[in-house]
Structures are given as C-alpha cells and as structure tokens.
Design a protein around this ligand. Structure first.
Ligand code: FAD
Length: 488
C-alpha cells in the first residue's frame, strides 16, 4: 500500500507554495528517519522545509524495518516462550500460528505509528511532505515529478534497499527480502536464509520461532564480538536453526524447492528462500551526476564529517550516506546535515559523535553493544613478534634502529606491561563469561536430548534459556565488561 501525505506548512503563503516561486530553506528528499530529524531540526531553527516522498511516508524503519520486524519478533518470541516454558507448575499451550492475523496486526501498528510519529509530527512542526519523485536535473535544480522545487540547500535522505546478490540461478524463481518476508500470510514449512547480518539473524529466528525449519547460510552476527556471536549460535542451534557458516554461491529452484549451494560444496534446501545480504543505497534516477554529487565504489553518497557532499549546497544523511544502518544514526546524521545546510549550527559546523554508538540484534537473547569493537582496540592482540611471524612484516615497520632501541627503555617496558595486563583482563573476562555461560546453560537447559541432537521446532523437550541480554560495554581504552545479564 502506498501512502503519501501532504501537509501544509505553518507560516508559508499557500500561493507561493503552489507555484514554488519562493525557495524553501531546505528541500529534503525522503521522509524516513534522517529526513524527519532534519526537518524537525530545521524548523526548530526557524527555517522553511519541504520533504519529498515518492513512496510511503516514513521510509524504512516504520514501514518495512524496525517496527514490523520487532512486533513480529515479539509475537514469535511469545509463541516460542510458551513452547519452551520450563515451569511445569505454570503450564502453557500453543495453537496453530495465524500469520495472516499477525501480519494484519502488524500493519495496523505500522499505520498507527506512521500517523502518530510521522504525519502528526510533520503537522506539529509545520513542514509539508510532498508526494512525488525527486530528481536533480542540474547542479542547482531539483525537480519533483518534473516540476522544479527551488531551495537554498538540499538534503539527500533516500535510504537503502535490499541488495540483489549476483548469485547464479537466483532470479530463476521467487525469493523473499525482509520486506516481502514480513508480508507472508503462511508460515513456510522450511526456509533458507542467506546472510548472517542482523536482518538475516532476526528473520531466521522469527520464522524458526513461528515453526519453520530454518537454515541460515553466512557468517552469523559478523559485527558482534566473536564470543557473543558464538553464544547466539548455540541458542540458534537450540532453536533448531541449522547454521551453514559458508558463502552461498548458487541457487537452484527445482520441484517447488529452493536449493542453495555454498563455496565448500554444501547444499541447503527449503520451501522458500530469503535473501538478506545487506542493503544498497537508493540513488537510482536521482540525477546525482547532473548535480555533481560524488558517490563511492558501492554507490553511497560521499559526505564529509558535516554531511556535506561534493556539492557545497547538497547534503546527505542516513543509510544513503554510508552511515551505519540504524534509524538513530540516520536521525543523528539528518539533524547534523540540516543544521549545517541551513547555517543553524552557528560558528562551528555540527558533526555526529559516534563514540559509544550502540547497536542491538533483536534476537532472543538480544545482542547489545556500545562503542568500539575489540578489533580496532586490538585487545587481545598478538604480540609484535607473533604478528610479524604471521604477516611477514617487520615488527615496527615505521621505526628504524632508534625505535628498536626505544623499546628497551623503561617507558616502553611499562607500556608493554600495561598492554599485557589489558590482555590478561580481557582474557579473564572471557574465561568468566564462558564459565558463567556454561553454568547458565546447565541451569536453564538441564540435560541435552538423549541423542545429543538439536531439538526440532515443535518438539521442544528441552527448556530454552530465559531471555537474557548479552552485554558488551567497551570504551576506547579497555574492555570494561563482557557479561551475560539475565533479564526478569
Ligand atoms: C528488516 C529491518 C529491520 C531493521 N531494524 C532496525 C532496528 O531494529 N533498529 C534500527 O535502528 N534500525 C533498524 N533498521 C534500519 C533502519 O530502518 C534504517 O537504518 C533507517 O530507517 C534508514 O533511514 P533513512 O532515513 O536513511 O532512509 P529511509 O527510511 O529508507 O527513507 C528513505 C525514503 O526516501 C524515499 N525516496 C528515495 N528516493 C526518492 C526520490 N528520488 N524521491 C522521493 N523520495 C525518495 C524512499 O521512498 C524512503 O521513504 C532495520 C532495517 C530493516 C530493513
């Protein structure tokens, strides 16, 4: 369903608006998280704003992203909780899933939030959302369905869309994206998911908890700390999800089944296929070349730290600008872009501070983290000697004899000791975490099935772990905590 809403801005002359004789301070392409935050910031600074939307008001998060996925995950989690209930004194039972009913309920929620969090907010802040397709036709001309929309500055906030991987055979039959998967009205008997990023992980568990036999192909939770990803993998195995940690290389649609082959020659089959291999920038037919806006090798709009593109009056924010694909990041970049584009930032240009940026995979358990990952912190990192042996590089490539001498000075020795201490700390945290995790699993899971195998969905003889949060709090200098927090 497409829905576009046009709301008249407060304080703008209607006639001027109709013939666009007066330029707006900021024209924003899109109406998602980045666009809305930008518009609100600009209006709060007293600027005039027009948003342009060629599809559904609200963009990804409310329509096909965060909101629908989280409500369906909550529903599937409730079913799973009832099936895996470990308390015999408080029995639960489960009837057949009515996915059509769930999708209807999800659509009702999406509609309500779109009205309350987008249309009503635009109204309250006094900016209009104009339906139509925006396209640059020159360095200083933006058109909406062919009609120029003059503006003092422009913001590209066009988001991203599911990638179509170049897999031989993929398009020979039907396949799902996260968007179409959440429109299904019947739970597939079996499902192959390609992609272990957060969208793939969430969708895999969503359908497993609704009763599908799920196989996930890819590297699970690649952005998470490896130890946390491993815990999640163990839970996935308990959920009956088969993990194939490999790269999909080809797809075959045959006899009502989809068969996916992997690099190492494994084959996974299912009734349906869901592809979640990342999201690509939405820049088709935007006229970026005509406007002189540069993109990178993957098509994302190139921006500086102030969200400015290669064109001085055109800014970009959100998923399309290559920022981490989270709605709160989209909003933060949108706000910064608007302040800089309209001159409302004052003397010092605004920037987004990514220190402590949180991220969550909304699986059960949820995987939450904030700040830098251990990889850039190099904790624990191999010693220079081991690194040199592994890479064949000199121990200190940029240092000569003087550097080598310096390493023997007391300061260098102290620093080495500090580094070693940090590694030990991290190691201790990890050991504690693993021990606690084993204890927790023993406590919650009891004995594994007699055959040592994985309980199939719907045959849950083994109680599942309670919802808990895998929490990894990191700072620039040290790994502060690596723990499992049991939630009530
Ligand atoms: C399944 C899924 C689950 C997710 N879950 C979470 C989550 O739990 N938490 C989280 O933080 N993030 C989540 N995300 C990511 C989040 O939704 C996005 O990062 C965020 O919504 C991006 O916002 P945006 O403003 O950059 O783009 P969008 O919201 O995509 O908005 C772009 C808008 O621009 C419009 N547009 C594009 N081109 C034109 C044009 N030429 N003319 C006019 N209009 C145009 C589009 O129609 C669209 O409405 C999820 C994403 C997915 C797919």
């Amino acid at each position: 369903m497409l829905l576009a809403v046009a709301i008249r801005p407060a304080g703008r002359d209607l006639e001027a608006l109709m013939n666009d004789s007066e330029p707006v301070d900021l024209a924003v392409i899109g109406s998602g998280g980045a666009a809305m935050a930008a518009a609100i910031a600009a209006r709060q600074a007293g600027r005039t704003v027009t948003l342009i939307e060629h599809a559904t008001l609200g963009g990804t998060c409310v329509n096909v992203g965060c909101v629908p996925s989280k409500t369906l995950l909550a529903a599937a989690g409730a079913r799973h909780g009832a099936l895996a209930n470990p308390f015999s004194g408080a029995p639960t039972s489960v009837l057949e899933v009515d996915l059509a009913g769930l999708v209807e309920q999800k659509d009702e929620l999406v509609g309500r939030l779109r009205q309350g969090k987008y249309a009503a907010v635009a109204d309250a802040h006094g900016f209009d959302v104009r339906p139509g397709h925006a396209r640059f036709t020159g360095p200083d001309t933006l058109t909406v369905d062919g009609t120029p929309l003059p503006a003092r500055a422009y913001l590209i906030a066009t988001g991203a869309e599911p990638a179509r991987p170049a897999l031989p055979g993929l398009d020979d039959g039907d396949w799902l994206t996260s968007t179409t998967a959440m429109e299904q009205t019947e739970v597939p008997e079996s499902l192959v998911v390609i992609g272990g990023g957060y969208v793939g992980m969430e969708q895999a568990q969503l359908f497993a908890h609704l009763g599908s036999r799920v196989t996930l192909i890819g590297r699970p939770a690649p952005a998470a700390e490896p130890e946390l990803a491993e815990v999640l993998c163990a839970v996935f195995a308990d959920d009956g999800i088969t993990l194939v940690r490999d790269r999909a290389t080809a797809v075959e649609h045959t006899g009502g089944q989809v068969v996916v082959s992997t690099r190492s020659g494994q084959r996974a089959s299912g009734a349906r296929l869901l592809v979640a291999t990342g999201r690509v920038p939405r820049t088709v037919d935007l006229g970026l070349e005509a406007a002189g806006v540069a993109t990178d090798g993957r098509g994302f709009v190139v921006v500086d730290e102030h969200q400015r593109t290669s064109h001085p009056r055109i800014f970009a924010a959100g998923d399309v600008s290559g920022a981490p694909q989270y709605v709160y990041v989209a909003a933060a970049t949108g706000r910064v872009a608007a302040l800089n584009a309209t001159g409302a930032a004052g003397g010092r240009a605004a920037t987004v501070d990514y220190t402590g940026m949180p991220s969550v995979v909304f699986t059960r358990p949820q995987l939450a983290s904030a700040g830098l990952s251990r990889a850039p912190l190099r904790v624990p990192s191999p010693s220079p000697g081991r690194r040199a042996a592994r890479t064949g590089q000199p121990r200190h490539p940029r240092r000569g004899q003087a550097g080598r001498r310096r390493r023997h000075r007391p300061r260098a020795r102290r620093a080495r000791r500090r580094r070693r201490g940090r590694r030990d700390d991290a190691g201790r945290h990890l050991r504690d975490h693993r021990r606690n995790d084993r204890r927790r699993r023993r406590r919650h899971l009891g004995a594994l099935p007699d055959d040592g195998g994985v309980p199939a969905p719907g045959r849950r003889a083994v109680p599942q772990p309670d919802a808990h949060l895998l929490l990894c709090v990191r700072s620039a200098s040290t790994v502060r905590a690596l723990t499992v927090v049991d939630l009530p």
